[in-house]
Design a protein around this ligand. Structure first.
Ligand SMILES: NC(=O)c1ccc[n+]([C@@H]2O[C@H](COP(=O)([O-])OP(=O)(O)OC[C@H]3O[C@@H](n4cnc5c(N)ncnc54)[C@H](OP(=O)(O)O)[C@@H]3O)[C@@H](O)[C@H]2O)c1
Length: 303
């Protein structure tokens, strides 16, 4: 059976991927302690020992605001390590799946971004993620760069869990209403990744060539769009109707107040509009991503 090396197994997407990929092959998932992505020697050593057929890189430096203060640390993980993974993939004859972000765009387009649109990041995080994309593209290997957005799930550090925590502590929540994007459930990202691998004939001799033929960048986000305020409103509505005693149940919801980006200054600038078009994903792999509202309902009724 073919071997998959997965990074970031304790992250939102990596956690879901470890379970989804286990249905496809033997998954080797070194944690940060075993393979620190900012240590090129450790990355090379681990990969040469594991000899995977596929590398799935779900690890990243994702602290968007902190990256402004420590761009070199973010660059090592997001910008440099993906290139090393790509070089090692080439050496091993492996394919590479890597995740990137809507924050490679500046948000000025005002219509869903396609893979043809020129990235223009406005944050250190976005710049380091774009550097990672470019580092992979510079190596001639079968690769898929999957750009996702506004990731949340039932575990980890994310907007859904932050809103539920704050809702228990405060009577009023002021949430930014002029940044538009697509909240995407980590489990939906893992499910779509598994479907893509199956489409490409994973575990069959032609997989490598099929992946090479489809190599490139794909947007992979929930369908639809909303603001952070709209996302928070949907979270609170679900929490209010959740059965008592269930993990997402909220007895008393706070008042939600829409505010502007200017009223909530952060170290990193974020795009005002970063909806991505999934048309290429659907056209190429037949993957139709669920609407963000139905995904949120599924997430909040999952265990
Ligand atoms: N979160 C979002 O809203 C969002 C939006 C768009 C795109 N993305 C992209 O989606 C992918 C998955 O993101 P996520 O939300 O699942 O991230 P996450 O929950 O923050 O998890 C990141 C993972 O990366 C690991 N990691 C960080 N630095 C590392 C290092 N130096 N060496 C090894 N592992 C390291 C972390 O390990 P520890 O557990 O040890 O910290 C963690 O397991 C990333 O490529 C991210 O850029 C995320």
């Amino acid at each position: 059976m073919s071997r998959i090396l997965l990074t970031g197994k304790n992250g939102q997407v990596g956690f879901e991927l470890e379970r989804r990929l286990a249905r496809l092959g033997q998954v080797v998932a070194p944690g940060r302690g075993e393979m620190d992505l900012s240590d090129p020697d450790a990355v090379r050593r681990t990969l040469r020992e594991a000899k995977p057929d596929l590398i799935v890189n779900a690890a990243a430096y994702t602290a968007v605001d902190r990256a402004e203060a420590e761009p070199e640390r973010a660059l090592a993980v997001n910008g440099v390590a993906p290139g090393i993974l790509a070089e090692e993939a080439k050496r091993l004859g492996a394919a590479l799946i890597h995740y990137s972000t809507d924050y490679v765009f500046d948000g000025s387009k005002g219509a869903p971004y396609t893979e043809e649109d020129e990235p223009r990041p406005i944050s250190a995080y976005g710049r380091t993620k774009l550097a990672g994309e470019r580092a992979i593209e510079a190596v001639d290997i079968p690769h898929l760069i999957l750009r996702t957005s506004w990731v949340y799930g039932a575990r980890g550090s994310n907007f859904l869990l932050t809103i539920l925590r704050l809702a228990k502590e405060r009577d009023e929540l002021a949430i930014v209403d002029d940044q538009i994007g697509a909240p995407t459930w980590s489990r939906a990202i893992a499910a779509a990744t598994g479907t893509i691998l199956e489409y490409l004939g994973w575990n069959q001799p032609a997989f490598h060539d099929a992946c090479a033929a489809k190599r490139g960048t794909y947007n992979l986000t929930a369908a639809g769009q909303t603001s952070w305020h709209g996302f928070a409103a949907a979270i609170l509505a679900h929490a209010a109707s959740a059965p008592p005693g269930t993990p997402f149940c909220l007895e008393q919801a706070p008042v939600l107040k829409p505010i502007t980006t200017e009223q909530y200054p952060t170290p990193a600038q974020r795009p005002r509009y970063s909806v991505l078009s999934n048309a290429k994903l659907q056209r190429t792999f037949g993957v139709a991503m669920p609407d963000w509202k139905s995904s949120l309902a599924d997430c909040m009724s999952s265990e």
